[in-house]
Design a protein around this ligand. Sequence first.
Ligand SMILES: Nc1ncnc2c1ncn2[C@@H]1O[C@H](COP(=O)(O)OP(=O)(O)OP(=O)(O)O)[C@@H](O)[C@H]1O
Ligand SMILES: [Mg+2]
Length: 138
Amino acid sequence: MKKRSASTRPSTVKWPTVNPEKVNVMKKIEAIIRPERLERVKEALTAAGFVGLNVVNVTGRGTQRGVTYEGRAGERFVVDMLPKVKLELVVKDADAKRVVDIIVQAARTGNVGDGKIFVSPVEDVTRVRTGEHGEQAL
Ligand SMILES: Nc1ncnc2c1ncn2[C@@H]1O[C@H](COP(=O)(O)OP(=O)(O)OP(=O)(O)O)[C@@H](O)[C@H]1O
Ligand SMILES: [Mg+2]
């Protein structure tokens, strides 16, 4: 029998199936923003009722690979990792889109380097004081 090439062979990869019980999982929102926009973003989130969050100072790069400055003599300085702030918060699934919109509105200047927002599922959360689990523990 003729051997199939790798590209036509049926895939043996096991793709995850959607678990109906996990459709409304909480979301972790990680927003990398300009440090100078942190206060604005925090205020906007607080005003909308989103209080619990972490703020982490990070250095990073995006598609422009940092910035290049030109000195007086025409010499070039490349700074490839720029200081940014990472805002991290876990919210109800139903709130995730609103939170992303709030952050975008408060963080956008319209210039390159405005940042990026990642959203991922969260299995569970526990409030240490009470032992509560899930959305009620947020
Ligand atoms: N793919 C990525 N994975 C993880 N972090 C990223 C990624 N892209 C960007 N970041 C982080 O976000 C910061 C800001 O990225 P930036 O806004 O420059 O993204 P961009 O894709 O270059 O968009 P723009 O063209 O608007 O500048 C980076 O300094 C880095 O910390
Ligand atoms: Mg960029």
